[in-house]
Design a protein around this ligand. Structure first.
Ligand code: ADP
Ligand code: MG
Length: 652
């Protein structure tokens, strides 16, 4: 019998650089973990301004600049050693941790798997220190000019651990994970100014000095002021404050659920169940509350040292936490409900109108879960796009004035025009042809795209997905690096049209088609009244309609994505929707519903044969727009079968 491999070797202590690499395996799973650790260090250092710069999802570069306390040269040299920390001194401290970090291994671990540069200055009179480490080996220590604070630059992450490198997902996925950490930290620390730039595009710019409610609106849109109520509980054992959704405003996703315990964003079944049980029968099947809860508890009542990434904590008394929450949340909701019954729901809300400075537009937590399922999906996330659906806050709060990059980005978007397929071919003005070679509107095989209303400029061929065919006239079968994809064509087309349409709306530049002479429609008396009341909302959405005497109306323009022969049907359906709102309808909700009706009518039908070219164009458009992978009804647009899963099923 052969000797087992280990029998030949004697035990030895591993070299420090190897130990660090092993530790990196736990702490530094992906670029987002680097961002998380560095953000936590900057926050622990008391920074009020933190700028994160990332290239290619963090693969090529992650850099974090803060205005925190900085370090002197001796501390800086220690900081990059394993188990060097300023945050705990002895074992007892481990059980009363107030800072985000405490293990003293992040910097050493990150530096062992990258090209790592630390610039830091504690006292401007004494100058700044620069330390450069390559793959765990100290290459340089020196003096440099740098203001008080710290800048850490991590390049070529995982260059010496190819296995890790291979596990990285697409740029979009890695970026979303990074963004998610910024969202979490910015919610826990609304007084800090956070910026995130990716490939020179400013994705987040969250001004500092805010309170939680403003931060929520900055991130998720103003709609949140309508759906959230304040909660507060003050008691010696546990205090919390924050916002939860009114029982009448549940969501269909868990996307907006954040728990912070002593300023640390964590997952906690005890808290989660406590909140859900507090809602009790207020929540129907598939409904989820929104909550942003800041819990404060004596640090000795929790153990934060139970998870390598410190994303979970253990409460000493889970049961008690659960009971307090169920009791308090249900009480708050019942109070809220009785107020609502008397028509004063919103007076309870503390969320007020606030200037919104930057809004997040990439899909967040839910999209992350989706992305981890659909891990191989690769999108060109060249642009910020809406993640909007019925369940999402409206966009529109993004103020381009904040950065030149953003306006450049907007300028790019104005190139895009919607046309109906047949006109595209003849009337394509040359200025609208986009920069890149994969767009070739002139060569569009006209007969092949009869079914689609398309977005321009047209990428014809998807870069990262290959179409294999159509299944049951309903699904596009395709493959990408990771495996096989089944994409619901109608849900996808609806999503693209909706995102495009709402974007035009936001910019008050909906593409329309004009009727000359006007198209006349005849309505019932009730519907005419409704229509008269809704002319303004319709106008904003691209329908220019005017009374033509009696119950006849003249339609002068309609959104360009619609067909002329659909006008009457669409307007009637919009009126049905408006009737549902009654007097309580909010402008934004009304317009959103109009957009949904228009997009669903403009899109492909459930069963429709598509040519290969049409399918390719759809997917190419998807890549270009970067719409989320969820439909307007907030359900997945695609299923993915990874190669691993297929092999597992086939028992390979
Ligand atoms: P930990 O955060 O667990 O202490 P790290 O390896 O992340 O361990 O950091 C080591 C030490 O370096 C910290 O304890 C802190 O003293 C110092 N440090 C790290 N980042 C910064 C920063 N941005 N500003 C000031 N000091 C920092
Ligand atoms: Mg740390």
């Amino acid at each position: 019998m052969p000797e087992p491999a280990y029998a030949k070797k004697s035990i030895r202590i591993l070299p420090e650089s190897l130990i660090n690499k092993i530790a990196a395996g736990e702490v530094v799973e992906r670029p987002a973990s680097v961002v998380k650790e560095l953000l936590e260090n900057s926050i622990d250092a008391g920074a009020t301004d933190i700028q994160v710069t990332v290239k290619n999802g963090g693969r090529d570069l992650i850099s974090i600049l803060d205005n925190g306390c900085g370090m002197n040269e001796a501390d800086a040299q220690l900081a990059v050693e394993r188990h060097a920390t300023s945050k705990i001194v002895d074992e007892n401290d481990l059980f009363r941790i107030q800072t985000l970090g405490f293990r003293g291994e992040a910097l050493a671990a990150i530096a062992s798997v990258s090209h790592f540069e630390l610039l830091t200055c504690e006292d401007e009179n004494k100058g700044a220190t620069r330390i450069f480490i390559k793959g765990g080996y100290l290459e340089q220590v020196g003096k440099i000019g740098f203001p008080q604070g710290t800048k850490i630059t991590v390049e070529r992450l995982f260059y010496n651990t190819p296995a890790r490198l291979k596990f990285l997902k697409t740029t979009a996925t890695e970026l979303q994970h990074i963004q998610q950490h910024l969202v979490q930290k910015s919610l826990a620390h609304p007084h800090i100014h956070f910026r995130l730039t990716h490939n020179r595009q400013l994705l987040l710019n969250l001004s500092g000095g805010q309170d939680l409610q403003t931060r929520i609106q900055q991130l998720f849109g103003e709609e949140f002021k309508e759906i959230l109520m304040t909660v507060k509980h003050e008691e010696t054992y546990l205090q919390y404050s924050g916002f939860i959704s009114f029982p009448s405003k549940p969501r269909t996703s868990r996307r907006w659920q954040y728990i912070f315990v002593n300023d640390r964003n964590i997952k906690s079944p005890a808290v989660n169940h406590g909140v859900y049980d507090g809602y009790g029968t207020f929540l129907g099947k598939g409904q989820h509350p929104v909550f942003f809860l800041n819990l404060k508890i004596d640090p000795t009542e929790i153990d934060v040292n139970v998870h390598p990434a410190k994303t979970e904590i253990r409460f000493r008394n889970n049961q008690l936490i659960h009971t307090i929450l169920v009791d308090q949340i249900s009480r708050a909701l019942k109070d809220g409900a009785s107020r609502r019954f008397f028509g004063r729901e919103h007076s309870h809300s503390q969320m007020s109108h606030t200037e919104v400075s930057g809004q997040i537009e990439l899909p967040m937590e839910e999209a992350l879960t989706l992305e981890s399922q659909y891990s191989g999906m690769t999108f060109h996330k060249r642009k910020k796009r809406s993640t909007e659906s019925r369940d999402l806050p409206p966009r529109g709060a993004l103020k381009a004035k904040h950065s030149a990059e953003l306006s450049a980005f907007n300028a790019e978007k104005t190139l895009t025009k919607i046309r109906q397929a047949p006109e595209i071919i003849q009337n394509q003005p040359s200025t609208e042809i986009s920069e890149s070679l994969d767009y070739a509107p002139d060569n569009l095989p006209e007969h092949e795209i009869r079914n689609l209303r398309l977005l321009l400029p047209l990428p014809l061929i998807p870069q990262n997905i290959r179409v294999l065919g159509q299944f049951r006239k309903t699904y596009i079968m395709a493959e990408n690096e990771a495996g096989l994809l089944m994409i619901e064509q109608r849900a996808l087309h609806e999503r693209l049209l909706f995102d495009y349409y709402t974007e035009g709306l936001q910019k008050k530049a909906v593409a329309v088609q004009t009727f000359q002479p006007s198209l006349l429609i005849e309505l019932s008396p009730q519907k005419s009244v409704l229509l008269e009341q809704s002319l303004e909302h319709l106008q904003l959405s691209g329908f220019s309609v005017s009374p033509f005497g009696g119950s006849t109306f003249a339609v002068n323009t309609i959104p360009e994505i619609l067909n002329a022969d659909q006008v009457e049907k669409v307007i009637l359906e919009i009126l049905d929707q408006l009737a549902l709102f009654g007097k309580r309808g909010q402008g934004e909700e009304i317009i959103r519903d109009i957009c949904v009706v228009v997009s669903t009518h403009a899109s492909l039908t459930a069963e429709q044969e598509l040519s290969l070219t049409e399918m390719e164009i759809l997917l190419a458009q998807w890549e270009k727009i970067g719409s989320p992978m969820t439909s307007l009804q907030d359900v997945p647009i695609l299923v993915e079968f990874s190669i691993q899963e297929l092999e597992r099923r086939l028992k390979r």
